[in-house]
Design a protein around this ligand. Sequence first.
Ligand code: GDP
Length: 297
Amino acid sequence: MFENLSDRLGGVFDRLTKQGALSEDDVTAAMREVRVALLEADVSLPVARSFVKSVTQKATGAAVTKSVTPGQQVVKIVHDELIKVLQGEDEPEALRIDNPPAPILMVGLQGSGKTTTTAKLAKRLKEREKKRVLMASLDTNRPAAMEQLAILGQQIGVDTLPIVPGETATQIAKRAKQQAALGGYDVFMLDTAGRLHIDQVLMDEVQAVRDIAQPRETLLVVDGLTGQDAVNVATEFDGKIGVSGVVLTRMDGDGRGGAALSMRAVTGKPIRFVGLGEKMDALEGFDAQRVAGRILG
Ligand code: GDP
C-alpha cells in the first residue's frame, strides 16, 4: 500500500542520513521533496502542508542540525509526526460493545467491502473477544447481498438474522434488535444498504435505521484505494449519519496510501481497522505505530 511513498521517503532520508552535517536549507529542501511525495500519494494538500511545516519547525532547530546524527533525528521527527497524523493526539480506544446487545451499524458505499468487513469483524469479535454476534443484512434492494452475508455467516460460524422477503430496512433493524435481546447476543451488526454514490434516499434510510438501532459504534467502510475520495465519502457520511470510526479496505492493494494519512486529520474520526484481503482473517486493528513503520520502511 505504501510502497511508492515508502520508496520516495526512503530516498530522501538515505541522502539526509549519509550527509553528516545538515544545514537548515538541507532540511527545507528535503521537506519539499517529502511534500511532493505526500501529494503524489494522494494525501490532501492541507494535511501535507501542515505535516511538512510541523516537521520543518522541529527539525531546523540547532538541537537537531548541530547534533551528531542530524539525519536520523529528522527521520525520528517524521516518524513521530506520522503517528500523530495517523491517529491524532489520543490513544486509540476499544470498541464500545459492552452493555449487551450492543448495536454496531455498518455503513458505506456499495462495493467498498462493507459486507465482507461486517463478517470479518464478527469473526474477530467472536474469536478474540468471545462475543456472541448476530448479523443482519438490510440491503433489501439486493437479495444477493443478503444471501452473501448469510453464506459468510455460515462460513465463520456466526448467526445471521433469517431473511424475510418483503421487509423494509427499518423492519429488519427492529427485528434484529428484538432477536439480539431475546437470543442473548452480545453484539448485533447491521449491514446497511450501499449505493454507488451518496444520495438522499440512501441517507434517509440509514438515518431511520440508526434511529431505531441507536448504535454504540457506527463504522464507515471505505475503499482505501480511492485516496482523497475515501476521505470525502467519510466527511459526507459523518455529516449526515455521524460516524464513530472508519475501516479502510483493500489496504493490500497498490493504492497510494493517502486515505490513511488524511482520514484522521480531515475528518477527526479514528481509523479502527484495515482490510488486507478477501479472506475472513484479513482484517487488522489499526495501529499507527505499525503503519508509520511501514511507511518509513
Ligand atoms: P459491499 O458492496 O460494500 O458490501 O462490498 P463487498 O463486501 O461485497 O466487497 C466487494 C469486493 O471487495 C469483494 O470481492 C470482496 O472480497 C472485496 N474486498 C473486501 N475487502 C477487501 C480487502 O480488504 N482487500 C481486498 N483485496 N478485497 C476486499
